[in-house]
Design a binder for this molecule. Structure first.
Ligand code: SAM
Length: 220
């Protein structure tokens, strides 16, 4: 099967299961107009994140890696009125685009956008006493093992941690690579293997974003 066929199936499924959403379409359009790369989650993955948030009745969600706010909006919409989502973005100009999109999607009250490097922001969330029901990690892959470690501190027992891009066209098998994304992802698996705080698995995915995967963990 080719990548084109995987994408065609993704589009076909999305047409059946994901209602048309002019706001989310405008969010993606604004991302591209502002020159941001097309590395937002797919619509089907956005719907999956919202579904998980609904299933666990999440009230507090942490996201690392905002981009234009597409995945954050999917998850924020799954929160109750008094729920909140903290999302961390390192690039101030990118954060401006996300901020405008949160207003466009009318989720400003539920979203707390922190601008800075995640490894600087995460300790401040611990100091502020946050406890999250769910975390979605989707930023620089080189730091994924550290992000999972912070998630173990910040996510309550029974909460869920989802980490994107953990297969990367199968390149995670490449032991000799010096690609920081792959090295970081391999370190993530090594850390999770040793980390008794999580029960975890990873699922390979194909679709509009090619061949990749999600690591899904429950905080014990
Ligand atoms: N989750 C977004 C979505 O699906 O709509 C996509 C996030 S994109 C894959 C990764 C984002 O992480 C980029 O906007 C990038 O600027 C941000 N990022 C990269 N390194 C970061 C860091 N150290 N701290 C916080 N954000 C970072």
């Amino acid at each position: 099967m080719t990548g084109e066929r995987f994408a065609a199936v993704d589009h076909w499924i999305a047409r059946h299961l994901i209602p048309d959403d002019p706001v989310l379409e405008a969010v993606l359009k604004s991302a591209r107009t502002n020159g941001l790369p097309a590395i937002d989650v797919s619509p089907l993955l956005g719907a999956f994140l919202a579904l998980v948030a609904h299933l666990i009745k999440a009230r507090r969600i942490l996201e690392i890696g905002t981009l234009a706010g597409y995945s954050a909006i999917w998850m924020a919409r799954a929160l109750p009125q008094d729920g909140h989502l903290v999302t961390i973005e390192v690039n101030p100009r990118t954060a401006d685009v996300a901020r405008a999109n949160f207003a466009r999607a009318d989720v400003v009250k539920r979203i707390d956008l922190r601008v800075g490097a995640a490894l600087d922001v995460l300790p401040t969330l611990v100091d502020e006493g946050h406890a999250f029901d769910m975390a979605f990690i989707d930023a620089d892959k080189a730091n994924n093992a550290s992000y999972a470690d912070w998630a173990a501190t910040l996510v309550r027992p029974g909460g869920v941690v989802i980490i994107d891009n953990v297969v990367r066209d199968g390149r995670i098998l490449d032991e000799a690579t010096d690609d920081p994304d792959i090295v970081g992802t391999r370190s993530l698996y090594a850390a999770m293997r040793m980390d008794g705080r999580f029960e975890s698995t990873a699922l390979q995915t194909v679709g509009v974003k090619g061949w990749d995967g999600l690591l899904i963990a429950r905080r014990r």
